[in-house]
Design a protein around this ligand. Structure first.
Ligand SMILES: N[C@@H](CCC(=O)N[C@@H](CS)C(=O)NCC(=O)O)C(=O)O
Ligand SMILES: [Fe+2]
Length: 291
């Protein structure tokens, strides 16, 4: 039995979220949902997340899981909002505690205990969780962040930020705790799966000569044509090229709001004594010094 898979592309952040279900039992998971956020005004919105729920409701699906591939640095997660609507459990890789430990002092986030709470389930490499009669296998695939995981359901793998489309390459490895060597090894692990395995990306930024967005590839295609990590590229070559490119990249537009929400499983920081909620901008704590 194969899962049903529907992709939802967020044009504001180039993120792909997925609704994955077992056609037999109609149990479903939502992978990497986006909470809309307008940085100029500080407004949040739930149109993107509601669109996933609408499709799920029309198909008569019960959402059991909200799965995060990692603590995203470029968009806010709708996990908490969706969990409240559906009573699904929010799961993420167990090393999220490392990310919480890193960012708690940066945001002086005293409510963040850095033990993986408030996520409902912390997943280990090789662990399996049930999606109706299907099994979702967790693959620990660090490098972009120290807590990244991929989710395998039969011949389909949701690779998070590891590989991108063959004409774009791979995720960056310069966030705190990022490691280009680890990313290389995680990607080679994914590329050792059977060649027909379908890989579902978490982002697509487009690529030269391609105007449409795409998020579905295969192990065979990536091994043959990925511009940064096709077969034959050594770890040293990859690390040198990745590190050089990362030196040219600005921090993602939404890294500061995203991280402080996403280490809390998509919850806003606690309200202040005036009853209102604020997102912080830590001054001179992340990124490169200005030249
Ligand atoms: N311009 C985007 C960049 C987002 C970004 O850095 N994306 C990460 C994934 S969270 C990445 O790996 N990018 C790869 C690259 O730009 O080469 C933004 O501001 O949001
Ligand atoms: Fe990411």
């Amino acid at each position: 039995m194969k899962p049903s898979i529907q992709a939802f592309f967020d044009h504001a952040t180039f993120t792909v979220s997925y609704l994955v279900s077992d056609p037999e039992s109609r149990r479903a998971a939502i992978i990497d949902p986006v909470l809309d956020y307008e940085p100029r005004s500080g407004r949040t919105g739930t149109k993107s997340a509601q669109a996933i729920l609408d499709v799920a409701h029309r198909a008569g699906l019960t959402i059991d899981w909200i799965l995060e591939t990692h603590a995203h640095a470029d968009h806010l997660s709708a996990a908490a909002w969706l969990a409240e609507k559906t009573r699904a459990k929010i799961a993420i890789g167990e090393h999220i505690a490392t990310i919480q430990k890193t960012f708690r002092p940066i945001f002086n986030a005293k409510d963040v205990i850095a033990d993986g709470t408030p996520f409902d389930r912390l997943l280990k490499d090789g662990e399996r969780i049930a999606l109706g009669d299907l099994a979702i296998e967790v693959l620990y695939t660090p490098g972009h962040t120290p807590a990244c995981v991929s989710y395998r359901i039969g011949d389909n793998v949701f690779v998070g930020d590891t590989l991108f489309m063959p004409d774009y390459g791979t995720a960056r490895a310069d966030f705190p705790g990022g490691d280009a060597s680890a990313l290389y090894r995680s990607i080679r692990r994914l590329l050792s799966l059977p060649p027909q395995t379908v890989l579902w990306m978490c982002h697509d930024y487009g690529a030269p000569g391609r105007t449409d967005h795409a998020w579905k590839s295969t192990v065979a295609e990536e091994r043959a044509r990925n511009v940064q990590i096709h077969d034959g590229v050594t770890e040293d070559e990859f690390v040198a090229a990745r590190t050089a490119r990362d030196k040219t990249l600005a921090m993602p537009m939404l890294i500061l709001p995203s991280i402080q929400v996403n280490i809390r499983a998509g919850e806003m920081p606690p309200a202040e004594d005036d009853g209102n909620t604020y997102l912080k901008i830590p001054v001179n704590r992340i990124g490169r010094e200005l030249e």
